[in-house]
Design a protein around this ligand. Structure first.
Ligand code: NI
Length: 394
């Protein structure tokens, strides 16, 4: 593994950590990343890089031009949005925007991309680099909006990374092919008939029907899908009832379906609707199913994977590059970029000592800031390698 100081001097590293902490302190939700955009613009300005904000509402792009006509163009992407979580880390730079928190490491991704820009500026590669700071990764599909705004125009390859607390700092995880899952959301409304708690025969109990649904939907995964084809159905929220002695007339269930195969996913949609319809008829109730299709999977093509793997080995050493064999059932809208241009989305080790069991999207989430140094060094080197490769290809 390359020595810390050879990757990046401590002065730059400290500066990047300060950016991360400022962004962390002012977390903003999807499409409202105004302060965050300002921090990014200021940092790009300080690097004397061309930049533009207000793209797809709150997105920012920066550009490092080689001045060479027809030179290859490589894009790097970071996401900017925070989550609606009240922070409970006790960090001195904890959220000051009550009810919101950077609990997924996007604050780190921003610092990493600014770091990569600073490193690339020092060496000026023989190609152009576009730095994409994207709003709304956590559900708003910011990537799609950035693409519609033209950020991929002329881009030959794109790379991005996500800090991953499952990997140690210094480890980089790469995955060929499918890396993340489809992320579909659903809402099911059960309409029964309210009544007195003592006289169930005069009512249609929405709570009981909702409970049966919870169990039946789980059996779709265990009994109706191929076990070799990963599928998850999670019901994250149920709302029903108002009093202990009243039979509820309505129940609303909300959840998500995760799968990596489109055909399997369509079958799950169908089965959910069929289950709901049968249960409704069995119980004289009405059940409405509304499925909201989400992000497609991130699929890393071989060309991008191969480059990322090669660079990772140079930066962290062969033994610290992990070949991921299974996709994550999480979602990531980086998928949209890879639908347009080749590249790779990489997992960057960020486990923090003492927080081994703290999940991302948890109010206690934090990562080891050394990941910023490694991430920035890696993405800068990957950009150089990609430019060399693209030049050779002509
Ligand atoms: Ni994330």
């Amino acid at each position: 593994m390359t020595k810390k100081e050879d990757m990046m001097d401590n002065e730059l590293f400290d500066y990047l950590c300060s950016i991360r902490r400022t962004v962390h302190q002012w977390p903003e939700p999807a499409f409202e990343e105004h302060k965050t955009a300002e921090v990014i613009s200021n940092a790009l300005e300080k690097l004397s890089l061309w930049h533009k904000s207000g793209i797809a509402k709150t997105g920012v792009i920066g550009r490092l031009d080689s001045g060479i006509k027809g030179a290859p163009v490589v894009a790097l992407r970071a996401d900017m949005d925070a989550l609606p979580i009240s922070e409970n880390t006790g960090l001195p730079f904890s959220s000051k925007n009550h009810g919101f928190m950077h609990a997924c490491g996007h604050d780190g991704h921003i610092a990493i991309l600014i770091g990569a820009a600073a490193l690339l500026k020092e060496t000026y590669p023989e190609g152009d680099v576009v730095f994409i700071f994207q709003p709304a990764e956590e559900g708003g599909g910011g990537a799609r909006h950035m693409i519609e705004a033209g950020v991929l125009d002329g881009v030959n390859m794109i790379f991005g990374c996500h800090i991953d607390r499952h990997l140690q700092v210094g480890q980089i995880g790469v995955k060929k092919g499918i890396e993340t899952s489809f992320t579909d959301a659903f809402e099911i409304k059960v309409l029964g008939k309210g009544g007195h708690a003592a006289r169930p025969h005069e009512a249609v109990d929405a709570v009981v029907i909702a409970s049966l649904l919870v169990v039946l939907l789980q059996t779709i995964v265990s009994r109706s899908t191929d076990p070799l084809n990963p599928t998850v159905i999670t019901i994250g929220s149920i709302h029903s009832g108002s009093a202990y002695n009243v039979i509820a007339d309505e129940a609303t269930l909300r959840g998500t379906i995760r799968s990596i195969d489109d055909r399997n996913r369509r079958q799950v949609f169908h089965k959910i609707k069929k289950t709901a319809a049968s249960l409704a008829s069995l119980n004289d109730a009405e059940i409405h199913v509304d499925i909201n299709e989400g992000y497609p999977p991130v699929v890393n093509p071989y060309s991008g994977y191969n480059l990322a793997r090669h660079t990772a080995e140079k930066i962290v050493g062969h033994n610290n590059v992990l070949t991921l064999t299974h996709p994550s059932m999480g979602g990531e809208d980086f998928a949209y970029y890879l639908e347009k241009v080749p590249g790779c989305f990489v997992r960057l080790g960020g486990a923090k000592k003492g927080l081994e069991n703290v999940a991302s999207h948890s109010s206690r989430f934090d990562f080891d800031e050394e990941a910023i140094r490694i991430g920035a060094t890696f993405l800068a080197e990957l950009t150089r390698d990609a430019i060399i490769k693209l030049k050779k290809r002509g």
